[in-house]
Design a binder for this molecule. Structure first.
Ligand code: CA
Length: 224
């Protein structure tokens, strides 16, 4: 009986050790797996960050490249605009003996003609009898005139009914006229001069169109 009991105890002890060994191996394997998983996870996170950085580095250099053509086109347009402005400002001129003012040129004749001849004389020089659009323009013209003379301008009422017409079809604006006091004063006077009687100021006066006077022509500046 003792022998059988010892053998049984020996077998039992051996089985218990084997079981313990198996358990410890399983636990070790589990721990190892977890450690590896953890280490893999921690390694993957830092490795993801550089990928993001890499992608950012790739994006940033591409951004200005995409803008470059647009910037070049913008610079080109600016250069063209400045060039045109420079040309218009510095390369416009008037014919010899014509006076420049703003965008126009003015010719003051020394010869005297009636109104129709004066109108045709301006047309022959690719211009028209003076059309006055602003007070500043009138003041400029007056500053270049001789007080002893009178000058035809491009204003008339062919029908004699006070329907004044500019030769270039500019609408007649009654609120922006420079008639001398008391003018226009006659239904038989259909053409307009710019004159300054003694002790008076420059202004418009309607006269008969057959009178002979000097005249003023106007044309746009020439752009080279
Ligand atoms: Ca008059």
């Amino acid at each position: 009986m003792d022998v059988l009991r010892k053998r049984y105890q020996g077998f039992f002890e051996e089985s218990r050790r084997s079981l313990l060994n198996m358990t410890s191996e399983i636990t070790y394997a589990e721990v190892k797996f977890k450690n590896e998983s953890t280490s893999l996870g921690t390694k993957s996170e830092p490795s993801a960050a550089p990928k993001e950085k890499t992608s950012l580095h790739k994006t940033n250099p591409g951004f200005p490249k995409a803008l470059l053509p647009s910037l070049l086109i913008l610079l080109l347009l600016l250069a063209i605009s400045f060039f045109i402005a420079f040309i218009k400002k510095d390369w416009s001129c008037c014919p010899k003996n014509w006076k420049p003012f703003n965008l126009n040129c003015y010719f003051i004749s020394n010869d005297t003609r009636n109104w129709t001849e004066s109108k045709n004389n301006c047309s022959a020089m690719k211009s028209h009898l003076l059309v006055i659009n602003t007070k500043e323009e009138q003041d400029f013209i007056i500053g270049n005139l001789d007080e002893k003379s009178a000058y035809y301008v491009g204003l008339s009422d062919p029908e004699g009914n006070g329907a004044w017409q500019w030769v270039d079809q500019t609408p007649y604006n009654a609120s922006a006229t420079f008639w001398r006091p008391g003018e226009p004063n006659s239904l038989s006077e259909h053409c307009v001069i710019l004159n300054k009687p003694p002790r008076s100021s420059w202004g418009w006066n309607d006269v008969t169109c057959k009178e002979l006077h000097r005249s003023i022509c106007k044309m746009m500046k020439i752009y080279l």
